[in-house]
Design a protein around this ligand. Structure first.
Ligand SMILES: [Zn+2]
Length: 155
């Protein structure tokens, strides 16, 4: 199995994905995507979270992400942001997400990341599909033009 991790523009994320994403392609290779952030360490921490989560998902559930996508879709439609979808009761990948957060925290501490600043950037730069739709409906600009993050979704 190959693993391909890339930083890509938010506009190239899968539909309904904001900030970070993982999926298994037709060959069964793991694809991880994160949006650009202001600090390479943030991008790597987010990437590690997605990678860790996806590997645990594969071990426990295989390579289909339809259950994950179904949950995320519903979550996006009912929440302002999707940063914490993985923390919700009933989230099919909650255990994987929580363990991935632990790994992300360990790496972050070692890289000198200030978690509150990292988290704030994720929340403001990539607020999530529902928040984006609402802001657009109100005629507001949604995302700061920073090269700095959200959610997919699945962090
Ligand atoms: Zn997660």
């Amino acid at each position: 199995m190959n693993i391909v991790c890339k930083v890509i523009p938010e506009s190239q994320m899968r539909p309904q994905v904001s900030g970070a994403d993982w999926f298994f392609d037709k060959k069964g290779d793991l694809q991880v995507r994160v949006s650009p952030m202001s600090d390479w360490r943030y991008e790597v921490a987010l990437m590690l979270h997605e990678l860790f989560e996806a590997i645990l998902w594969k071990q426990r559930h295989g390579t289909s992400v339809s259950e994950v996508d179904r949950f995320d879709q519903l979550y996006y439609e009912t929440h302002e942001d999707d940063l914490d979808a993985g923390d919700e009761r009933g989230c099919p990948y909650r255990k994987e997400h929580c363990l991935a957060t632990a790994a992300e925290r360990i790496l972050s501490a070692e890289l000198g990341i200030v978690w509150s600043e990292y988290d704030e950037e994720l929340a403001t730069a990539y607020p999530g599909p529902a928040a984006v739709r609402k802001a657009k409906a109100k005629g507001n600009r949604v995302r700061p033009q920073t090269s700095a993050r959200k959610p997919k979704a699945r962090p």
